[in-house]
Write a protein that binds this ligand. Sequence first.
Ligand code: NAG
Length: 219
Amino acid sequence: MKNFILSLFFSFFPLTFADLGVDISIATSKESFACLLNQGYTFVIIRAYCSYGAVDPNLVTNIQNAQSAGFQSIQVYMFPCFPCGNPQNQVLELVEVITPYLEQVRDPIWIEATKYAWSTNQQQNQNFLFSMGSSIRSLAASTAGILTSQTDWTNIVGSNWVGSGGFTLWSIQHDDVPEINTDSYDFFIDYYLKQYEGPMTICNTTVNFDTDAGATLIE
Ligand SMILES: *[C@@H]1O[C@H](CO)[C@@H](O)[C@H](O)[C@H]1NC(C)=O
């Protein structure tokens, strides 16, 4: 019933109850960030690490551009490289680049766990993600989160891996509705963000659309 009432609210006041934001993985100009801000997107999540195993070459410029355009909420995500191994070293590489900007970048640091070159052995994927999360906490002094869909999560680590406790969830549910469905992912400690649409071209850049579910969640 609560969800039903929430849905009604959302259909009438979509911008009142959820903070809308975007995530980006390409070089984006200050003008483009300013344009996004103007269109009502109040937070941005920038790719910080690429799946080929290196810090995203656009990371620093994107953080600077977002900041100078006026974004007050900037987060980052890592698309890790499972075949490269050594998740701790991948976090270290990021920390070396991002440390001067940690004042501007908010918790958590996200790890993307979507379809990619993961092991067919779920235990190995679990160990990798667990180690990467621990490294983010210890080396970057940040909380850690996971960007995933229910299908991806089930394929990569199994649907009931309880070792994921400690990760905040950024849920991929491309249903074009900013409201989050809390029925899934019981094993995450918190529901924080939802990616509800994308990728799309807007303001001369390409983004996915996200919502801060923190304000919209009841139980
Ligand atoms: C987008 O690109 C066009 C063509 O280069 C330019 O005129 C326009 O100002 C740009 N808009 C933004 C928001 O960057």
